[in-house]
Design a protein around this ligand. Structure first.
Ligand code: NAD
Ligand code: UGA
Length: 352
């Protein structure tokens, strides 16, 4: 069995990855501060170990060093990954997403352990395409002004990438950097019963509106575009990267995304409404409300207009996404619609 240490394995991507790897001949150690999204059927497996650890706590250093040393591969997913946090808590974003992740890389270098580091599509910056998808090794980076704190996430992740690349060039680290393009699916972020409870990423926020009946907010009119990727497609791509049979992914940066699933946020809202109505029979749906980005998130907000991945590196090893946009949304929404009564308060909800 291949031993994988999953830092952040209790999160949205991590919980799906943990379940998938545990069912496919991997020995998985999850390091996270929370385990709510990991179902008992996963936590109870003999090849899964959950360690409830805060990686920022110096008291945990010895344990973390041991976990890294005993693993064949470390996957690091720990980060703040929500635009509202980039605007509200920019210093913590740098501390966690750059400095703490660099410490994980240092443990990997000290123990000669391969690192798969999750970065982000946001390292491509704020400007859209001049034809074709974003290509890992040819991109330009343009970010907004310093006062627009939203870009601190992109900047921190880009510096992390540059450090890993430099360590790799000096023969100190074997790594693969993964750039996810808007993964969605069950257990993404959290639901909000009312808008005052927070701002999850767009799929979870729209799902919350449909379940609890508050307005669906179209930031800046919803003309901006994203390419949404179903989590199961994404997890299969990560497994190929871990296997690395051809050596293609050694010291490489790899996009994971679904270029065919591009849509405007306005169309996302309409499609989710149609699916919700179709599946539940409900026709009295929440209104759409247009709000300016700076009003919605705060003054430090700016947005990227368009993000399409070039997935040539994964296509070269036979991967392509199998879920189209509507299938992605139906599969993601089914998880919530199946427990609608529970979510609205009249039945128990499970994490399965
Ligand atoms: P997530 O917030 O669901 O997962 C992050 C996990 O890290 C959480 O379970 C959290 O509890 C854990 N964590 C945070 N601080 C910790 C600490 N101090 N010690 C231990 N654990 C801690 O996010 P996600 O959507 O699963 O994203 C995972 C990674 O992928 C992140 O690096 C993110 O930047 C990147 N990413 C995700 C997407 C996406 O589409 N979801 C897109 C681009 C990049
Ligand atoms: C996300 C986050 O930065 C990270 O999770 C990640 O690195 C990356 O991008 C990704 O998921 O691949 P973004 O796509 O802007 O950034 O995050 P969302 O909150 O999902 O917003 C998508 C778009 O919908 C943005 O244009 C936002 O303004 C808009 N939006 C969001 C709405 O119109 N309404 C909402 O209720 C929420």
């Amino acid at each position: 069995m291949v031993g994988v240490a999953l830092f952040g394995g209790g999160g949205f991507i991590g919980s799906h990855l943990t379940e998938h790897l545990a069912a496919n001949r991997y020995e998985v150690v999850v390091v996270d501060i929370e385990s709510d999204r990991l179902p008992d059927r996963c936590l109870n497996r003999s090849n899964v170990e959950f360690l409830q650890l805060d990686i920022t706590d110096p008291a945990n250093e010895t344990t973390i060093e041991r976990v890294v040393r005993e693993a064949d591969i470390v996957i690091d997913l720990i980060a703040y990954a929500n635009p509202q946090i980039y605007v509200d808590r920019p210093i913590e974003v740098v501390e966690l997403n750059l400095f703490e992740n660099l410490k994980v890389a240092e443990y990997c270098m000290d123990t000669d352990t391969r690192l798969v580091q999750f970065s982000t599509v946001e390292v491509y910056g704020m400007v859209g395409h001049r034809g074709g998808g974003f290509s890992e090794d040819e991109s330009l980076l343009i970010l907004g002004p310093i006062q627009k704190q939203r870009w601190i996430y992109s900047c921190a992740k880009q510096l992390l990438e540059r450090m890993l690349y430099a360590y790799g060039e000096h023969g100190k680290l074997e790594y693969t950097i993964v750039r996810p393009f808007n993964f969605i699916g069950p257990k993404m972020d959290y639901l909000v019963e009312s808008p005052e409870e927070g701002t999850p990423r767009v799929f979870a926020n729209f799902m919350s509106s449909l379940i609890y009946g508050h307005e669906m907010v179209l930031v800046d009119g919803g003309t901006q575009r994203r390419s949404f990727t179903y989590i199961e497609d994404a997890v299969e791509a990560v497994e190929l990267i871990l296997e690395n049979e051809s050596g293609h992914f050694t010291n490489e940066i790899v996009n994971i995304g679904s270029p065919g699933n591009e849509t405007t946020i306005r169309n996302l809202a309409h499609t989710m409404r149609e699916i919700f109505s179709d599946r539940t029979g409900e026709s009295d749906l929440p209104d759409l409300e247009e709000v300016a980005g700076e009003e919605y998130y705060g003054e430090g907000y700016q947005d990227s207009e368009r993000r399409i991945p070039d997935i040539g590196k994964l296509e070269a090893v036979g991967w392509e996404p199998s879920y189209g946009l509507e299938e992605t949304l139906r599969a993601s929404m089914t998880y919530y619609i199946d427990q609608l009564a529970g979510l609205r308060g009249s039945e128990t909800v499970t994490t399965d």
